[in-house]
Design a protein. Sequence first.
Length: 210
Amino acid sequence: MPADFPAWGRVYAFFRRWRDNGWIAEFHDRLRDRIREAASRDREPTAGNIDAQSVKAAASVPAATRGFDGGKKVNGRKRHIVVDTLGLLLTVVVTAASVTDREAGQTLLAWLRERHWRITRVWADGGYTGHLVDFARSVLQIARTVVKRSDDTTRFVVLPKRWLVERTFAWLMRSRRLVRDYETRTNSAEAMVLWSMSTVMSRRLARRRH
């Protein structure tokens, strides 16, 4: 812990209380509302971008909530997120890295619909296919649009809409705590993602004031 912080146990007690009572999420969401209003947007978004990021897990992560992502060759956890058209986080789910995008996408989109009732369209990559398409359309009334990379592409290409969520992952990876997953519990890992985005947004608001 930094020298100007209290003992580790006291700091963790505050973190745990904020996490369990939903205060971290509430603080984050209020900051997001301010950012959207400052950008002349409605507080409630109508579209989003979904994607996942696999990260290595530390020894403190239990075997029950970690796995191996064969595509990315990563042993750890996976962060599934939905962002708005400004790249601001709408919801996050942390799973074992072995959980496919398709499997986690159903839970993620259900949470999204519960918290953001105006969402009608979500952009995704080719990993979000199969039964997820029907579930999103018929149960959640969310249209899922796939943005695919061309098969003959041999170099980096910025994909329409998809770059927004990729940029959000880049913002998150600036937080040293998120470069690797250290959390014993997945809800603690989700809370750390919210804290990181809260830092990004609070700095943006501070720059606007100056």
